[in-house]
Write a protein that binds this ligand. Structure first.
Ligand code: GDP
Ligand code: MN
Length: 386
């Protein structure tokens, strides 16, 4: 689950991190009222689940009532298109009106799980304000890391190193930076986060250190023990296909490739993705239809995969154990007649009722359907097809 910036700012404030005053609003009138309260110079910021708002024109510095009005009007009535939204863009329903700051320099502070070391890692950089992935690709040495002991958390000596790496030497600035680093570590550990970052943390021309943007994502499997976070949930942050899959008891995770996968069983789905990659392809999703899949569930699974415009081919890999191959075959035929396959669908079936399933598929003469003799054959065929 992901939080909006205004919600992340609330958590930062609770954790003692210095954050400029702000209000979240959803109409132009409210924007003007908030401006009058907060002060002469504000920054109007779209509250959406996508970064790159600055470049897209959805973070605007305003120094008058009419500027705030125009910015709010523009953001609430236009979709935001950035590198992270895709060409269709996303609707903006809420805006943050925050006190503006004069920035001298921008820094990055963030925490994620380091999967190789199985422990949280805190990262800081003097190259803040840009995406950290960019910094990591261009100048990895500019990111300084400290790994946390799973029980001891962020230690004072580590704090010292990180603050030193950021280059702060003034007492008040060290204090604020300390609060920012400790705040991120506290939030990350307390709420089972998978990502907590401040980008940028800024030093103002007046010498203050403040967090002016934050991004936080939490582990869905731990949400049951964070009722306060559940109250902040906005379904707009989720992949609509993942929500749809959840409703039909399908385990679906969208990925970046172009080969859709429909598989029964999580382990088989993982190996299907592996073998696609082995043959030079990239999976577009993980999809486990489960052991006791129905025709309706499988048809829904096809609809979800086919609604992803990146998908240029599908690999159906079914091992009929509890699930029967003929049920999947029936679903394939139904999906083909209901929605039609616009891309090649390679099918590998094995196990219970496989003979019956093959007969059904042959008789149905489905356009775009390519039968495969085994998994390797299927992977090669789908990679060749896309
Ligand atoms: P993002 O582009 O979605 O990450 O949105 P941010 O909130 O990080 O804002 C993008 C950039 O806008 C920041 O890196 C700053 O350079 C600038 N910015 C944001 N707030 C202020 C502000 O209060 N004053 C000034 N001068 N610049 C700001
Ligand atoms: Mn940012």
């Amino acid at each position: 689950m992901r939080l909006h910036e205004y919600q992340a700012r609330e958590l930062l404030t609770q954790a003692g991190v210095p954050v400029p005053a702000s209000e979240v609003i959803s109409t132009v009138d409210e924007a003007v009222a908030a401006y009058k309260k907060i002060g002469e110079r504000v920054v109007v910021k779209a509250q959406v689940f996508a970064g790159g708002r600055g470049k897209a024109g959805f973070v605007k510095l305003c120094a008058s009532e009419s500027e705030v009005k125009d910015a709010a009007q523009f953001m609430l009535s236009n979709k935001m298109v950035s590198k992270q939204t895709g060409p269709d863009g996303i609707e903006v329903k809420k805006l943050l009106i925050a006190a503006a700051v004069d920035i001298e320099s921008e820094y990055y502070v963030g925490m994620v799980i380091d999967r190789a070391k199985n422990t949280p890692v805190m990262m800081v950089s003097r190259e803040g304000g840009v995406e950290i992935e960019e910094v990591a690709a261009r100048n990895p040495d500019a990111i300084i890391k400290e790994w946390l002991h799973p029980h001891l958390g962020l230690q004072p000596f580590q704090l010292g190193k990180l603050i030193g790496a950021l280059g702060f030497t003034e007492k008040a600035q060290i204090k604020s930076t300390r609060l920012a680093l400790l705040g991120i570590a506290d939030i990350f550990l307390k709420y089972d986060a998978s990502l907590a970052e401040i980008n940028p943390l800024v030093r103002t021309t007046a010498g203050e250190v403040l967090a002016i943007d934050a991004k936080m994502t939490f582990d869905d499997n731990a949400l049951f023990r964070h009722k306060d976070l559940l109250g902040m949930h906005d379904p707009a942050g989720e992949d609509p296909n993942e929500l749809r899959a959840k409703e039909h008891d399908l385990s679906y995770i969208a990925l970046d490739g172009n080969i859709g996968c429909l598989v029964n069983g999580a382990g088989l789905a993982m190996s299907t993705m592996d073998i696609i990659k082995l043959h030079g392809g990239e999976p577009a999703n993980f999809l486990d239809v489960g052991g006791s899949v129905t025709t309706e569930g499988a048809v829904e699974a096809f609809k979800i995969i086919l609604s992803d415009s990146k998908v240029k081919g599908i690999l159906v890999n079914i091992f009929g154990g509890i699930a029967k191959c003929d049920v999947i075959a029936a679903a394939l035929i139904q999906a083909a007649t209901q929605i039609g396959f616009k891309v090649p669908v390679v099918v590998r079936l094995e196990g219970t009722n496989v003979e019956k399933a093959r007969e059904m598929l042959e008789a149905a003469k489905i356009d775009q359907l390519i039968p495969a003799s085994d998994l390797t054959d299927a992977a090669k065929k789908v990679c060749a097809a896309v």
